[in-house]
Design a protein around this ligand. Structure first.
Ligand code: SAH
Length: 343
């Protein structure tokens, strides 16, 4: 693995890196245009660069961080790829076509240390953080798998891993995603999801103007302690209290709350009744996700009737709530199903 992977650097930092080796800083913009706007990765094709710099890119720097190992396509159009890093680490990314958008779900770590009871990634354990280049390269590799007339419009940091435990790499990757000279994705189309690393949430939003999603999953500490072990460190009052204080939240940018419905665990009418009060003071949008089952867990989603009841209680109380349709369950690409075992 080389420290000189171009995709580890925002354009501003690439300018500095190039200046440090005697190249003209504006070359960074040209390289970014080839890599991120035109999708050209072969230095020989970067015709406006000059032979010396092209040779340097080919021999001294790395341009790719991941290789596509395997692609699975769901009957619903969802596309999951297993991607391999230079050290052999494997991760997954998922492309989700919707009516008017093409959403890419990226991973931020190899495995995950959070050990949430219902999540397949949690059962893998944690191997290492991804580098910024390995997050960025998920976009480069995955967009090549989408139809040419369907560019990636949205990126969600909801794949393997906990983004806020790899914050520097996540921020560096996001700065390329939203840079008009790189991927040029509007910041409001980028969403970072966290299980609730309270001291890092404000830092994320201060550094990049993205959407925040929070994995809530329970209305009491007793249940959340069980489902999301991190709750023992940052209980509900600490998490929701911190969200209420955020400048972005008080400016009424909504927070997206994810609530995975699990039969007999967090799907009671009492839970639904408690939610609006719990989220009071936070401009909240709630996404209900019936749990996607996986082989490592005995937990199951509620039946349609219980799901509907939960939804109706919330709607009656005036909450903004949507039921998320599961995408790609036939290829184990849905929320909480991303897991790779060593080959
Ligand atoms: N670690 C971050 C990013 C992952 S986002 C976080 O937890 O927010 C993945 C989302 O899928 C999280 O909301 C997670 O709780 C949810 N999820 C995990 N396992 C699931 C399952 N089996 N069914 C439905 N959703 C699940």
């Amino acid at each position: 693995m080389s420290a000189l992977n171009i995709k580890d650097h925002s354009i501003a930092r690439l300018r500095e890196e190039l200046a440090a080796v005697g190249e003209r800083p504006y070359r960074a913009d040209q390289i970014a245009a080839w890599l991120y706007r035109r999708g050209v990765e072969d230095p020989e094709q970067m015709t406006d660069l000059g032979a010396d710099l092209r040779a340097r890119l080919a021999h001294e720097w790395q341009l790719a961080a991941l290789a596509v190992e395997r692609v699975d396509r769901s009957v619903d159009g969802t596309c999951k790829a297993a991607l391999v890093a230079h050290d052999g680490a494997r991760i997954e990314s998922v492309l989700i076509p919707e009516d008017d958008r093409m959403t890419l779900c990226v991973s931020t770590q190899v495995g995950c240390a959070m050990a949430c009871e219902f999540c397949a990634t949690g059962f893998m354990g944690f191997s290492r953080n991804l580098r910024a280049s390995e997050i960025v390269d998920q976009v480069c590799r995955m967009r090549a798998l989408a139809p040419p007339d369907r560019p990636i419009s949205n990126v969600v940091f909801m794949g393997m891993g906990e983004p806020l435990l790899n914050l520097d790499a996540v921020v560096e990757a996001i700065s390329l995603l939203i840079d008009p000279k790189a991927f040029a994705i509007a910041p409001r189309r980028v969403t970072v999801s966290t299980v609730g690393i309270v001291p890092k949430i404000g830092e994320l939003l201060a550094r990049v103007p993205v959407n925040l999603a929070v994995s809530l999953h329970a209305t009491t500490d007793a249940v959340r302690d069980r489902l999301v072990p991190l709750n023992r460190r940052y209980p509900l009052a600490a998490l929701l209290g911190a969200l209420r204080e955020l400048p972005t939240v008080t400016a009424r940018r909504p927070v997206f709350f994810e609530y995975t419905l699990i039969a007999g665990v967090n799907d009671s009418v009492e839970d639904a009744d408690r939610l609006p009060g719990l989220l009071h003071g936070i401009p909240a949008k709630l996404n209900l996700i019936p749990m996607n089952p996986h082989p490592d867990s005995p937990l199951r989603p509620p039946d349609a009737e219980a799901t509907d009841r939960f939804l109706r209680v919330l709607a009656a109380k005036g909450m903004t709530v949507t039921l998320r349709r599961s995408r790609g369950p036939d290829i184990q690409a849905a929320c909480g199903q991303l897991a790779l075992r060593p080959a």
